[in-house]
Design a protein around this ligand. Sequence first.
Ligand code: FES
Length: 164
Amino acid sequence: MCNRNGGDENGVNRRQALKTFGFWAISGIAAAVVGIPGIRFLIGNSQVLREPQWVDAGLVSHLPTPGEFIPVRYSLLAKDAWREVRREGLVWIGSSKEGQAFALSATCPHLGCLVRWRDDEGLFVCPCHTGKFDAEGNVVSGPPPGPLQRLDIMVEDDKVMVKV
Ligand code: FES
């Protein structure tokens, strides 16, 4: 049977089916274009494999005296399943009264801001929500749920190496 557009019922159904398919195909592509980067943004680097690496933190002879800290910035390439990702960070190197070097991650365990050592307060202070930590990395005040991470450290050929 012909309809007023000159097509038969099957022609209209086919046309409608193609329109519907086209609509959903284009919608699917648009959702993928918007959604995949959005999901990537939301999960951030949480899926990046964090294989620990040793970074050079300076000479043993340059270790700070107890109660002082020196910042060590690092930047290295980490590989996950299919890509290389640059990892950057900051660690604080200190030394105990016994002269043993130790390293604290500068990443605040609350939301990941970088803490700074404040000589005048004798504390690490987080600029984001004023979390404070003592010289051992223990929480003194503020919202951080736990201490600063203590990192593995070793001395190799008079160089201090920190595992990040
Ligand atoms: S991120 Fe450090 S206190 Fe919130």
